[in-house]
Design a binder for this molecule. Structure first.
Ligand code: C5P
Length: 220
């Protein structure tokens, strides 16, 4: 069974997807980390993220491996080196949104995602899982929330590691990434027609997780 969870940055989808996967004993796959890994590698070797051919070569050659962490989250290894934490910062997130607009990169990573999904019961989160990667997923969700609330969640997550963080800048970054993800020509972020839409602005994590688990368990 494949459960697809899509939505914009800060919608809560990764946390929710991880917890739902844990409840159902499914494997959790966070596809954003694959775009982040390609952006990280391109940066390491001095490639401009906008250089379509060179970034596509990075995506073709990169070795990305996922291993489950104790809390059900996903540890990410690139060429054998653990990068779970390094990939999470907003600079890499912004670069990931640039490489994610590259159609060849998307083709390569979507194939890898389909292979991973074919291995069994999975919860996969991203931007195009229900629309492109698994259009026939058994259950699709699209999580969204007010942009200022999404920025507040990001700010709370990051401020310990970065005490100089300015809230208004985080709001701006969230709006910028929404714009990039929703307006790109290839696989723009949008809900699949048959996705269950959930606005998480006023909901806590447990409320969202329960809604999803109930909807999945009610699916024949
Ligand atoms: O979800 P996360 O913030 O880690 O994703 C980073 C970026 O990767 C997103 O802003 C988006 O541009 C891209 N992405 C994508 N398709 C996915 C997952 C992520 O385009 N399935």
């Amino acid at each position: 069974m494949i459960v697809a969870i899509d939505g914009p940055a800060g919608s809560g989808k990764s946390t929710v997807a991880r917890l739902v996967a844990g409840r159902l004993k499914f494997q959790y796959i966070e596809t954003g980390s694959m775009y982040r890994a390609v952006a990280w590698k391109a940066d390491q070797v001095g490639i401009d993220p906008k250089n379509l051919d060179q970034v596509a070569t990075v995506a073709r050659d990169i070795q990305i491996e996922f291993k489950p962490a104790g809390d059900g989250s996903q540890r990410v290894f690139v060429e054998g080196k653990e990068l779970t934490r390094d990939l999470k910062n907003e600079t890499i997130g912004r670069m990931a949104a640039v490489v994610a607009a590259n159609p060849e990169v998307r083709d390569i990573l979507v194939s890898k995602q389909r292979e991973m999904g074919a291995r069994g019961d999975v919860v996969m989160d991203g931007r195009d899982i229900g629309t492109v990667v698994f259009p026939d997923a058994h259950k699709k969700f699209y999580l969204d929330a007010d942009p200022v609330e999404r920025a507040r969640r990001r700010y709370d997550e990051m401020k310990e590691a970065d005490p100089g963080l300015v809230f208004d800048q985080v709001v701006e970054q969230v709006r910028q990434r929404d714009h990039e993800d929703k307006t790109r020509a290839t696989s723009p972020l949008k809900p699949a027609e048959d996705a269950v839409l959930i606005d998480t602005t006023a909901l806590n994590i447990e409320e969202v997780v329960s809604k999803l688990v109930q909807a999945i368990e009610a699916t024949p």
